[in-house]
Design a protein around this ligand. Sequence first.
Ligand code: ADP
Length: 477
Amino acid sequence: MPDDAGLQALREAARLSPDNLPLRRHLAGQLLAKGYLADAEAEFRATLALSPQDPELITGLADAFIRQSAFGEAMAALEPLLSVPGYPPAAGVLAARALLGEGDTAKAAYRYFEATSRDASVADQELEARITGASRPATPPPHGAAGGSPTAPPAVAPPPYAGAPAPPGAASPFLPSVPLPGDASTAEVERSGVSFADVAGMETVKEALRIKLLLPMQQPEMFAAFGKRAGGGVLLYGPPGAGKTHLARAAAGELGAAFVNVGLADILDMYIGNSERNLRATFDLARRNRPCVLFFDEVDALAGRRSDMRHAHGRQLVNQFLSELDGVDQHANEGVLVLAATNAPWYVDVAFRRPGRLDQPVFVPPPDQQARAAILRILCRDKPLAEMDYDAVAQVTEHFVGADLKGVVDRAVEAKLQQSLNAGRPIPLTTQDLLAAARSVRPTAVREWMGTARNYVMHANDSGAWDELMPWVKAKW
Ligand code: ADP
């Protein structure tokens, strides 16, 4: 494709003024619009170095990736945007496109309908048809409920995720329930290979979990003597990547319990009643495998505030969740410890905070310098190592969370592996390798998360539920 004169002039202008953000953004957008995808990708990347959290640049880069079928890269680019509540709806639609490209229809549907319910103008008929078509059961449902004639256009059927109202005036988009083949939980039972020794820092959090979860299971007589019973759950909240999932898995290992890791795709289903059924099946799976830690990730999407929901279906799912937590009798959930994680605890319905439910919110903070050094030590411990100065790496990785540090170590190890393969012998990892990798990893948006948290804690801290966050949001980020 020959460069047109306008584009050439833009390229030249950008070369002469490399720090001119609006100009570079315009050039990147033009390259994308005209189909110079590799050039657009490079330009978006370079411009992001000038303005790292710029939503327009991030979505532009993701778009360039998607058009090159690099769906995983697109999701990685979008991650910092998607992790902040209230992210731009256009980013949600791009994420849906990337997820669909990766074959993850359930998550694609969730992102798409969440985004379009907030801003109907980002709807994309072609994408919507692909999502609803792909998530349709293979056999046409009975009663003619969801199918209609074979030539009928695909019905629009958002999943009953919680917390996001449908666009005003929209017809009820939910399809009647149809029994799906093998309608049961898709979550699986794991044996956790990690324990609290594998979780660096977070001593206060670990202590809170020990008292809440582990001691009643390990010393039931003592708790019985004081009239306390095991059970109930904990809501882990904090910025993405800070280690909530890792901590939950470690709690299961510490207890010698089975671990069931439940994602949104295991529960949410577009057909009325199926999400509730999936939820019940998931609790039953945990009950059959007790002692068990049942972990719900992104729980705000299953347990959102009912007052925010336009559709009764979302509220039904929340009610089902509450009644599963309560159990049919006081022994129903014995030996089942529910841990739930969210980046947006303020979206969780307050009913979950009642005794015996997710009654203890526990903040999982971003690691301080000492904790970062400890996380790095754990992440590197089974690698060939030279003498390491983890403190030096911790010092230059301010605002990095556990997931980012894992990214740094993975990147350094990859480079080292390549060198070792070329040399034909293992070359140990050095501090310099980690420092170089740290320079190339962009940390998760902890600062943005703290900004959002600050708004809630300062202005909507209902009954002081998020007091624990106060010192964190008041600190400088
Ligand atoms: P979240 O669930 O909060 O988004 P994860 O638990 O998925 O975060 O964290 C991502 C990865 O970061 C984990 O798999 C683990 O390897 C690493 N990690 C995070 N926190 C810690 C920690 N405190 N100690 C050791 N590794 C950690």
